[in-house]
Design a protein around this ligand. Structure first.
Ligand SMILES: *Cc1c(COP(=O)(O)O)cnc(C)c1O
Length: 366
């Protein structure tokens, strides 16, 4: 009796803050008895998956059998799509799984991990769980200061995370600065460029790092099916890297970390270019709709290359968040990112955005 189980956890784990996901729609329904709730909180594709991926889900046979632990078929299509070899791929239960794999494969409690302030929460989580030292580099205009990140590297640095674009800020790094960073960091460390929002980027100065894998053997690029591909609920993402890096990560991962339905649906989704194009168009239009509305309300926001936008309310975001909940709209507070006056809003369908905008205006004038 009275045994303090928390004290048994490793120091890194004991210091972890729980991850608060966006509030599920069902929960808000239960709590407030509301109907017609819209959720613009977790950067999901408002169109959902395309019909090709959706049709697969009901037809996957052999659910009593373990999935193909090597993801043979999906790796074939991914390799062709990216023009890489299948041995450069590591599949994960969401790309978060892959981000954790990188850290667990290369980092010990004796090492440092470098990432930016306001960067994706998973980087902090995996670093701390390992008990490694996080070097959090101050941001520049809410985005990554790549030069400062380079300067922060020491002999103890084993890993750097760059989110491009970043969540929750929507900020991004131009290809020239990123190339300079890759050329300047020591070869004896791994750099992960997390391209979860790659498909949504419209800025011409942006480039994927995928084409540079041959030049930089210590580069790992991650992508996900959770955002533009609309498969967040199935949990599937991947890394592309040097084959030796992939080899090590594939030894560390759980043998069946990706389920059979996700494997099949991801392949179908990758092939469904029509749905991707449509999703990108819906996001472009929706982003414009939001930006114009916020401009006309005189609200500041961080320009975003993702499918979400962070609005600066110049007052505590939590209160506005709660008022929006009472109108059946779920957005995302980002106080846990040390951004107490911002709210992150996912771009939805045109009518969802319109409802958010009108309720937002009302709630802010209350
Ligand atoms: C959503 C997101 C991911 C991917 O998450 P999954 O685990 O693949 O669902 C990765 N990086 C960033 C920056 C994200 O916002």
């Amino acid at each position: 009796m009275g045994c303090d189980l928390f004290s048994l956890a490793t120091p890194g784990v004991a210091g972890l803050q729980p991850y608060y996901p966006g509030k599920p729609t069902d929960e808000l329904e239960r709590e407030l008895g509301l109907r017609d709730i819209i959720k613009l909180a977790s950067n999901e594709n408002p169109l959902g998956p395309g019909s090709r991926a959706k049709n697969i889900v009901s037809t996957v046979a052999n659910l009593s059998r373990y999935p193909d632990g090597n993801g043979y078929a999906l790796k074939q299509v991914l390799a062709a799509y990216h023009g890489v070899d299948t041995d450069q791929l590591t599949l994960g239960n969401g790309s978060s799984d892959v981000l954790e794999l990188v850290a667990r494969t290369f980092v010990t409690s004796q090492h440092q991990v470098v990432f930016s302030k306001y960067a994706f929460a998973i980087y902090t989580l995996v670093t701390q769980a390992i008990g490694a030292e996080a070097i959090v580099v101050p941001a520049l205009d809410w985005g990554h200061d790549l030069h400062a990140m380079l300067v922060a590297v020491t002999e103890k640095t084993r890993l750097m995370f760059v989110a491009n674009p970043n969540n929750p800020t929507g900020t991004w790094s131009d290809s020239k600065s990123l190339r300079t960073l890759l050329e300047s960091i020591p070869e004896q460390m791994i750099i992960v460029v997390d391209e979860a929002y790659y498909d949504y980027v419209t800025n011409p100065d942006y480039a994927s790092c995928m084409d540079w894998l041959d030049t930089f053997p210590n580069l790992v690029v991650t992508r996900t099916f959770s955002k533009a591909y609309g498969l967040a609920g199935l949990r599937i993402g991947y890394a592309v890297s040097h084959p030796d890096v992939a080899d090590m990560m594939n030894r560390v991962r759980q043998p069946f970390n990706v389920n059979s339905i996700a494997l099949r649906a991801a392949a179908a989704a990758l092939d469904d270019r029509e749905h991707i194009e449509k999703s990108i168009k819906v996001n472009c239009d929706g982003m414009q709709q939001m930006e114009q509305a916020f401009d006309s309300m005189g609200l500041h926001y961080i320009p975003s290359q993702g499918n979400f936008i962070c609005v600066d309310l110049q007052q505590p975001g939590m209160e506005v968040y709660n008022r929006l909940l009472h109108h059946g709209i779920i957005v995302r507070p980002v106080a846990n990112y040390d951004m107490p006056n911002h709210l992150r809003i996912t771009v939805g369908l045109e009518d969802e955005n319109a409802r958010l905008i009108s309720v937002f205006a009302k709630v802010l004038s209350e």
